[in-house]
Design a binder for this molecule. Sequence first.
Ligand code: FCB
Length: 461
Amino acid sequence: MTQPTPSLAAAPAPQTPSVTAADFPASFIWGSATSAAQIEGAAQIDGRGPSIWDRFCSEPGRIKDGSNTAVACDHYHRYPEDVRLMKWLGLDAYRFSFAWPRLQPQGKGAWNEAGFDFYDRLLDELLAAGIAPHATLYHWDLPAALHDDFGGWQSRKIVPLFADYAAEVARRFGDRLASIATHNEPWCVATLGYETAQFAPGITSRAAAAQVSHHLLLSHGHAVQAMRAETRTPLGIVLNHTPSFPAMPIEADRLAARLDDGLNVRWYMDPVFRGCYPQDVLEHLGGDAPRVAEGDMAAIRVPLDFLGVNFYTRTVLSTQQPPVLAPGEMGFTDMGWEIYPQALTQHLVRLAREYCPPPIYITENGMANADEMVNGAVADLPRIRYLQAHLAALSRAMALGADVRGYFYWSLLDNFEWNSGYAKRFGLVHVDYASQQRTPKHSAHWYRDFIAGRAAPPGAR
Ligand code: FCB
């Protein structure tokens, strides 16, 4: 392993006086996140079945750099080194996902013991390092067999299968996991996977996407119920929230922003916490609205222990021609996403007021940056500024009443960024994909120093 050497890349001094970890409660959890398909590699090793993302990568033109998930960060073999990096960072917690096709290659039937053994080893390593494992069951790598058999999430048949998978994970690992989330970002799964075809499985049907979203939510409800019988570990769901703003103070833009909010925030929050879909979005979908059976909404509104919120940016909605663009006063990330931390404060306060949710974790927040390795160091100052600004925004939200218990930076490592392939780097730690060498960026040093400045030593919590 490349030992992180503080002298190599000491973090630059913050530009502006800002928040410190001592401004957060002593019990606040500091973490970082990854997902299986994006880092594990070993796609055809030890009995793992193919996923819809393996398949998607093999279709020409789907992934911008023509890459795939076959090796990724080779975390499957290098996890001890990666856990050492987490320990060096001083993380309290690590958010990762289980690869369903590694645990159950066909998505139903036989379990793959070699897959369970891998996560068993990973959990041992994390717990020995004093790092709490927070798991996600579904971070987009559906066993391809389920897609082939009956269309995957498009069919209601998937609901009991997902609940079985959830129960098995809870039975085997529940006592060692600090939390389990059912789904990561169902909006992305449904909309990007089945309506815009940017993500696997690459379908273009609004009706299919709406039905998929319902099956994802229903499977969440059934999975939580099935896991309650197996474990007492906290259970929840992770939603991506991109707050919607009108570009101009005009009625048409306000309506566009309201609909956009309905599609990405309320379409998921309302069923999970209120047991209904928002009426305005149902009307917008018309004949494409999902088929909902009796009892479904009650099953979806199952009591949760936490809500995971992934926040990256906001959306600015314009009905003018040419459209009025997001101002980007703090700039844009390498994904082209506007940096707008104020929206994090506003949004968390809004969630607290409108939904009274259970405790919230920021399960993802971070930026892609056009990082360059110069003399063995990556001076990613924009990422440090992004982190500072978002942590300050988070602290303000908490002062205004949002009950947030932890923060996970996306991502620990540079990794496979879905249809962008390896071209976009989100990591605190740089990965040289040719050599698999890991190098902590300046932001990793900054985050490490930040966490070390917490109010109380971890042992005192
Ligand atoms: C989120 C995904 C995560 C990663 C980040 C950049 O939508 O959950 O896997 O790709 O975006």
